[in-house]
Design a protein. Structure first.
Length: 240
């Protein structure tokens, strides 16, 4: 398989913090709701409602909060870029592949990372409008939308992610690189403890596609067969 692009998740991969939403919460002295997260993945509330509730929490700390305030907060993400982020992106570029960023987080942080790393292709969610561009439940669809801009198929891409939310995109891609979280090891073609080991993982995908671990297809790993609303989020995230 000849891969034409590598797409990186942003929060937790290229940035050292796990969530741009939580980054805003911490900056404002508020906190997100685990209960809202569970309700969203159980299908009890929409993304729009989950987003609206977070905005209300932010406004409890700053009543006249604007998009510009959030953008100013996100200016600080430059201090949280992974030390090996630029090298990882450059390794992909030197192999003649396109580079994309895909985040279910906020576009303010993704845009800043894209600017810093010289990446022109990215998708993330607006911080001023509660409408999903990359639905957290369906990053596989987000990946497909991103690749359509380049006329590249899902199996022609290497996807790099760090959390269970990345699993649909990882299973949809031709080769997946899981980073850090042991929970995603069984869903990853290649798993590494840290982005500093990215070159080794990239070489495994590119040079030895027949020797990398195949995706699990046992009944217990039925997650690979669905996406979005049909994906078994309750089972995967243990939301019961």
């Amino acid at each position: 398989m000849k891969y034409r692009a590598t797409v990186f998740d942003v929060d937790g991969v290229l940035l050292t913090f796990k969530s741009s939403w939580e980054f805003v919460h911490k900056s404002l002295g508020t906190s997100g709701s685990l209960d809202d997260m569970k309700k969203y993945f159980r299908g009890e509330i929409s993304y729009e409602e989950w987003c609206r509730r977070d905005w209300e929490r932010w406004k409890s700390a700053k009543k006249d909060l604007t998009r510009e305030d959030v953008l100013r907060i996100m200016e600080r993400v430059v201090d949280y870029v992974h030390p090996n982020a630029a090298n990882s992106v450059n390794l992909v570029k030197r192999r003649g592949m396109a580079v994309g960023l895909l985040s279910a987080g906020l576009e303010a942080s993704t845009a800043k990372v894209a600017e810093l790393l010289g990446v022109h292709l990215w998708l993330a969610n607006p911080c001023y409008e509660c409408k999903p561009v990359v639905e957290p439940k369906n990053k596989a669809l987000g990946l497909k939308k991103l690749l359509e801009k380049l006329d590249i198929g899902l199996k022609e891409v290497i996807y790099v992610g760090d959390s269970l939310i990345d699993v649909p995109a990882m299973l949809a891609s031709g080769c997946s690189i899981g980073v850090r979280d042991p929970q995603i090891k069984k869903f990853s073609t290649v798993w590494i403890e840290d982005l500093s080991l990215f070159e080794e993982a990239l070489l495994q995908c590119v040079n030895h596609p027949s020797s990398v671990k195949p995706q699990p297809d046992e009944e217990q790993h039925k997650y690979r067969y669905g996406e979005g609303e049909h994906f078994d989020w309750v089972g995967l995230l243990d939301l019961d």
